[in-house]
Design a protein around this ligand. Structure first.
Ligand code: SIN
Length: 277
């Protein structure tokens, strides 16, 4: 892939790249948009440094890639229903972002295509985020396992994670105490690249449709161990005003909470995606 407007430096041979040469607070022209889009598709997660954006500018950047997704349960900052606050400090008992490997909101019938996280305040050191390629995870399976998984679907539940995380909040995106759930293919095909990616995660997946509990648990636990293979991942060290933009269709991520009682704070917007197939 060649770029005219941006510089793209891979973080690992498998996933992740740092992008320089763009101010995300400014409207993106077509060429700049196309290059950022191509970098995302190629590297699955891209990182930007030294970006100062208001919430409006953050949302405008996200909207360049599609309609913004509304989270089913997370409280939003006043006047910004499309924004999720990512925050941890000395009073936290857990972090807003997932401490376990996950894909964002895979319990929505059409989960976000991507998420854009802008951190305004970071601990020093600590609070890194790990990203893993679900293409690499799928590719490393044996042909026999690929064939077994190809016909299987799994249930994903927002309640499994969000009810405990956000408590009883009454009116949610889909109605009073209504949490989405969805039956998703275990192996999905990326709508742009046509490549196959594993699509189960510890946070939202509950069970494989049609299997007994012990059968489902055995396969899911094997896949969760496999997904965490270090060679499929990269690790991003945040600085103040860094931005990460991940393709939620072919990656999982895990936020490390190794910085208590320090503060880590920022905002995430997500872009609507399509129904996995
Ligand atoms: C998230 O899971 O969306 C947040 C990741 C992070 O806090 O690094």
């Amino acid at each position: 892939m060649s770029y005219e407007r941006i510089a793209v430096t891979p973080l690992s041979p498998v996933i992740g790249a740092e992008v320089e040469g763009v101010d995300l607070a400014q409207p993106l022209g077509n060429q700049m948009f196309q290059e950022i889009h191509d970098a995302l598709i190629t590297h699955q997660v891209i990182f930007f440094r030294d970006q100062t954006m208001t919430l409006e500018q953050h949302k405008a950047f996200g909207r360049r890639f599609g309609e913004l997704h509304i989270h089913p349960a997370a409280p939003a900052p006043e006047g910004h229903p499309e924004v999720v606050t990512i925050h941890a400090d000395e009073n936290s008992t857990e972090v807003s972002g997932g401490q376990q490997w996950h894909t964002d909101v895979s319990a929505d019938v059409a989960p976000p295509m991507g998420s854009i996280l802008h951190l305004h305040q970071v601990p020093e050191p600590g609070g890194d985020t790990l990203f893993a390629s679900m293409y690499a995870a799928y590719e490393a399976l044996s042909d026999e396992m690929k064939s077994l998984l190809s016909g299987l679907k799994a249930w994903h539940s927002s309640e499994k994670r969000h009810k405990a995380r956000y408590g009883h909040r009454g009116e949610l995106r889909d109605g009073v105490d209504t949490y989405p759930k969805a039956l998703q293919p275990i192996v999905r095909t990326h709508p742009v690249t046509g490549k196959k990616a594993l699509f189960v995660n510890t946070v939202f997946t509950t069970h494989i449709e049609g299997l007994k509990k012990n059968e489902s648990d055995a396969i899911l636990n094997m896949l969760y161990d496999h997904i965490a293979t270090p060679e499929f991942s990269c690790r991003f060290r945040w600085r103040e005003n860094s931005v990460a933009f991940w393709d939620n269709r072919c990656t999982q991520h895990r936020a490390l909470w190794d910085y208590y009682p320090e503060t880590r704070h920022g905002y995430r917007v997500a872009v609507c995606g399509d129904k996995p197939f």
